[in-house]
Design a protein around this ligand. Structure first.
Ligand code: FAD
Length: 292
């Protein structure tokens, strides 16, 4: 496996995702999280937008701080569901003025009674941003298909269109089964999508968190994960250790198979991200893989 890793190693990117606090809660906690992550020198830190009830306004402020105060490239998430063009312009102009250069442009989840707004699909928002602004634009993709799509084929057709609308790079939904990701990459490349596809990895840190995530996005839980969640779920320290070990092994395997990049859903737990990065860095160092 190590020989395989050397053969395929190609400077994969490493990024972290954080989320702003809910409502008007103060931002000191999230800045403490960024302090912890910044010391790991990631290629990007992304900030979610409105996900899980987090404040949308804070996304701009936090992305701006990552970019300007921490001097780390920031990736601001943006969703268009229920929004007008004017509202999107307002946020995009703010982000541009603050020096943020990367946007993860999405539709957003359709909650009950959702009103679509001026953009029906992420592809429409992406085309609009590319036409009117100068951001690097990322899009979301789903190794086990988007939960609303009837089939993987249908989802891939829409993904291809999303890329043709100007997506520069894709970041995947979280997954626990690397084979699902490899099979997805084969299909993506098979239909001529050539942009980098970064793998979304979420370390399991509690049984409750995993139940919520799996029901939200439909990720398959391999037997191995089911077993350790069952065995250690009652013990917060044990499950965290098992989750760190599993995420590390997933990432090692992805790197060995030439993944374009790793996007770690940190759940605002810098100590977990740090442990995983230290594990991975040891291997990268041993392999003398120099990242740009
Ligand atoms: P789209 O690309 O528009 O796709 C949504 C569905 O519509 C898919 O089933 C697709 O097949 C279908 N579709 C696409 N185009 C067409 C078309 N032309 N005709 C018919 N059907 C079509 N949510 C948040 O609220 N905030 C966040 O910060 C956030 N961050 C995320 C980060 C990542 C890496 C990922 C993977 C997801 C994130 N999400 C976030 C969740 C995301 O908003 C949801 O998954 C949402 O339901 C879909 O967004 P999308 O941009 O993928 O939509």
């Amino acid at each position: 496996m190590i020989e395989k890793a050397i053969k395929h190693a190609k400077k994969p990117s490493f990024s972290f995702e954080i989320f702003p606090p809910k409502g008007t809660a103060d931002l000191s906690g999230v800045y403490a999280t960024i302090d912890g992550l910044a010391s790991l020198a990631p290629d990007l830190i992304s900030v979610t937008y409105g996900a899980g009830g987090s404040s949308r306004e804070n996304t701009v402020d936090i992305a701006s701080a990552i970019q300007n105060k921490y001097d780390i490239p920031a990736l601001a998430h943006l969703t268009c569901v229920g929004s007008t063009k004017a509202e999107m312009d307002d946020i995009l102009t703010h982000l541009k003025d603050k020096g943020v250069k990367n946007i993860l442009a999405m539709r957003g989840d359709l909650g009950e009674n959702a009103v679509l707004g001026d953009f029906k699909h992420a592809s429409e928002l992406i085309a609009y941003i590319k036409e009117n602004y100068d951001f690097k634009v990322f899009g979301a993709c789903y190794p086990e298909k988007h939960i609303e799509a009837y089939s993987m084929g249908e989802d891939l057709k829409h993904l291809k269109h999303k890329v043709e609308c100007g997506t520069d790079e894709l970041i995947s939904q979280l997954f626990f089964d690397n084979n699902a990701f490899y099979s997805f990459i084969d299909k993506v490349r098979g239909i001529g999508i050539e942009v980098p596809v970064v793998a979304g990895i979420m370390p399991v840190t509690s049984a409750k968190q995993i139940d919520r995530m799996v029901s939200m996005c439909g990720a398959t839980l391999p037997e191995e994960v089911q077993h350790f969640v069952k065995a250690y779920g009652h013990n917060s320290m044990a499950i965290k250790e098992a989750g760190i070990a599993y995420a590390t092994s997933q990432i090692i395997d992805l790197l060995a198979n030439g993944v374009d990049g790793i996007h770690l859903y940190t759940m605002n737990q810098p100590e977990v991200a740090k442990r995983i990065v230290e594990n991975i860095r040891g291997i990268l160092y041993a392999l003398k893989v120099k990242r740009a």
